[in-house]
Design a protein around this ligand. Sequence first.
Ligand SMILES: Cc1cc2nc3c(=O)[nH]c(=O)nc-3n(C[C@H](O)[C@H](O)[C@H](O)COP(=O)(O)OP(=O)(O)OC[C@H]3O[C@@H](n4cnc5c(N)ncnc54)[C@H](O)[C@@H]3O)c2cc1C
Length: 398
Amino acid sequence: MSVVERLGENRVGKKQQTVGVLNLQQMGGQVSIPDGVHVVVVGGGFGGIAAAQQLKSQGIDFTLIDMRDAFHHNVAALRASLQPGFVQRTFIPYAETFGHSFVQGRVEQVDTHRQLVILQGGKEIYYSHLILCTGSDGPFPGRFNIEASYETAIQAYQDLITQFQAADSVLVVGGGATGVEMAAEIKTEYPDKKVVLIHSRIALADTELLPSVRQQAKQVLLEKGVELLLGQKVCNLSELQLNVTQKNTVVKTDKGETLTTDLIICCTGLKINSAAYASSLSDSMADSGALKVSNHLQVEGFSNIYAVGDCADIKEPKLAYYASLHAAVAVTNIINSLSGKGLTSYSTGYVSMLLAMGRDDGVGQFNGFRLPRWLVAFGKSRDLLLWKSWKEMQQKQP
Ligand SMILES: Cc1cc2nc3c(=O)[nH]c(=O)nc-3n(C[C@H](O)[C@H](O)[C@H](O)COP(=O)(O)OP(=O)(O)OC[C@H]3O[C@@H](n4cnc5c(N)ncnc54)[C@H](O)[C@@H]3O)c2cc1C
């Protein structure tokens, strides 16, 4: 696979971890599954749709549950909040792909004794095997984890586009990967608006990135005209209204600086979505709320419950690409356990990471080597890998 093809996979790619995928592919066709097997997948993010798609292709009875009616390609969510007409490409309806195997609802409880997931409203669904893919949450627009219809979700992003249009200046709070991408997207869409990025540390973006890549991210932002306030925090954030244009809002920093801005976008804070199993699986939870897993991705203490994606406590960055790799391992291990075969292991490896800096630029590294900006822009930033999810969901992109 060429570097460009690998770039087409994600913000992150790495060279190992193909064991689970290969096992599934090597099986070829469908496997013979005993009666009574019913796999429940909770959460239809990147991990959940990968797991559901693999169960479907193997002919295994399953139910996919999500609180929304459409998969959210949140990797492209920032652009959807800026570019008119883009948001429709970032939500992909589940029912068209999974039919009656998809159930919309919020899982409120997991009863591990009776092997049931219990939805808001009391509906109970039996599982022989459970794959938990409840992911993580963060502020809008990077995330949209609320019970909402496709139409409501689309409207929320369209409303934010209007707020951006009305603002002359924007403050982006948080200079991790999401904040860096957000600031670059805004300046690319609106070169004449004043954009300030405030970050509590001096270096931008993820700590897993090479220092030279982090430096390059800073350089791209400066070239685009983003103003940087580094080593400072907003100290009155809780008093400020986010995502709504209010001319000349006063913002104070912990270093005593005061600035005015029209619109504030928050890009900080990642929280694991573990409410659905907070009581029943509390003994298997790390302090972060993520589920402790074995190298077979089984939740500690259970052989028929797997955790996949951001909600699995694995020492690696929280990324969509990893979520789909975890899903392949979990589905392979369900099949292997049913057929008496040995289980596949998941292991972490080299981190590669790509940041889209607007549709025309990008920075990143691949297997420890810094990549040219044009290559990241070509492989990731142009389309933000939307094509991949539409293909996986076997639907035509609008
Ligand atoms: C702005 C942004 C850009 C990103 N860019 C990249 C990138 O370029 N490349 C990359 O690899 N990663 C990227 N990431 C990270 C990536 O989005 C996450 O790692 C990925 O979404 C994790 O997938 P997941 O399946 O674990 O969970 P999620 O995608 O968080 O999905 C979880 C799903 O579970 C559902 N859910 C949660 N709780 C319940 C419940 N109780 N009942 C029912 N449903 C529930 C939610 O509705 C949601 O659909 C980015 C993240 C952000 C915020």
